[in-house]
Design a protein around this ligand. Structure first.
Ligand code: PBG
Length: 332
């Protein structure tokens, strides 16, 4: 504290907490629907939805239903939607060729959203895991996740997504050099205004479990992702990764997971002052929903409190499966 307080009773800090009006007036951070990015899951088929048991309230939708979902989000004031594809074992190969196919479900979903609701920003995920036989974000050679060959594939993926109309590319793979390679390829292809929100500080986390069910990766994944995702014990390393990604052309950066890593979020925002996002991941969502379903927590209140915590820690926005529910609650 740089300003010492006068002593009691001159200073009564409860004065400013006495009414909703005064509390609203002095609130330091606020949460709005415009702070949210909504991650959604798409699957093959038509006119159908499927529940994801480990993420109560979240569904996979067929591509023909994704436009309506985007429209609903936009009407709630949510500025961006992030598309993740569900892929069964039959879609997975060693060479991951489906990853840069302009007609894969993720790319069809991008086009569908842009046709139905052109205003909403469409974010993508760039990593090989939905298309890889072994569930890894990169190519596996002799048991190792290889970097440079993977980056070449990720660049093809980025170009396909940009061609399909993506506004925000989200490299979530944690390979070295991918942001620079993508930025250069995008410039050369004339996609100068496509933005990159890099998953810069992405930890090797057990909180991704339900997501891997949602996208069909749990059965495929062999081993863990610790040779490319960050060690949960590290903090300085997150700053190096953010500095690196910014220098390579990232427009925005992300810290992931969210709630257990608010210290990282705060350091990143304080150090760089760039648009910084947090991902409240599947396991965080599952944990809050499970407690709410048991009547152990007030679901609406913990949803909003957890999202506000990200803002207070310095986030410019949050990717959250709660996005539509939170926007509805905020819009009253
Ligand atoms: C894939 C990817 C993952 C998530 C986002 N993109 C999973 C992983 O790295 O294994 C996790 C999101 C969540 O848990 O909600 N590269």
């Amino acid at each position: 504290m740089t300003h010492p307080l006068p002593s009691f009773p001159t200073a009564r800090l409860r004065r400013l907490r006495q009414s909703p009006a005064l509390r609203a007036l002095v609130r330091e951070t606020t949460l709005a629907p415009s702070d949210l990015i909504w991650p959604v899951f798409v699957m093959e088929g038509s006119d159908a939805e499927e529940a994801i048991p480990s993420m109560p309230g979240v569904v996979r939708r067929t591509v023909d239903r994704i436009g309506a979902a985007a429209r609903e989000a936009w009407d709630l004031g949510i500025p961006a939607i992030c598309v993740f594809p569900y892929t069964g074992m039959e879609a997975r190969t060693e060479d991951c060729a489906l990853a840069w196919d302009r007609d894969n479900i993720a790319n069809r979903a991008i086009r569908e959203i842009k046709n139905t609701c052109p205003d909403i920003a469409v974010m993508t995920d760039i990593a090989l895991d939905p298309y890889n036989v072994n569930g890894h974000d990169g190519f596996v050679e002799n048991g190792e996740i290889v970097n440079d060959r993977t980056v070449e594939a990720l660049v093809k993926m980025a170009l396909a997504q940009a061609d399909c109309g993506a506004d925000i590319l989200g490299p979530s793979d944690m390979m070295d050099g991918r942001v620079g390679a993508m930025r250069q390829a995008l410039e050369e292809a004339g996609h100068r205004d496509v933005t990159i929100l890099s998953y810069s500080a992405k930890y090797a986390s057990a909180f991704y479990g339900p997501f891997r069910d949602a996208v069909g990766a749990s059965a495929a994944l062999t081993g863990d992702k610790k040779t490319y995702q960050m060690d949960p014990g590290n903090s300085d390393e997150a700053l190096r990764l953010v500095a690196r990604d910014l220098s390579e052309g990232a427009d925005m950066v992300m810290v992931k997971p969210g709630m257990p890593y608010l210290d990282i979020l705060q350091r990143v925002k304080a150090e760089f002052g760039v648009p910084t996002f947090a991902y409240q991941v599947s396991g965080e969502y599952a944990m809050l929903q499970a407690a709410a379903q048991n009547g152990w927590l007030d679901g609406d209140r913990v949803m909003l409190e957890s999202l506000q915590g990200f803002k207070r820690a310095g986030a410019d926005g949050v990717l959250s499966y709660f996005a539509p529910a939170a926007a509805r609650a905020l819009n009253g």
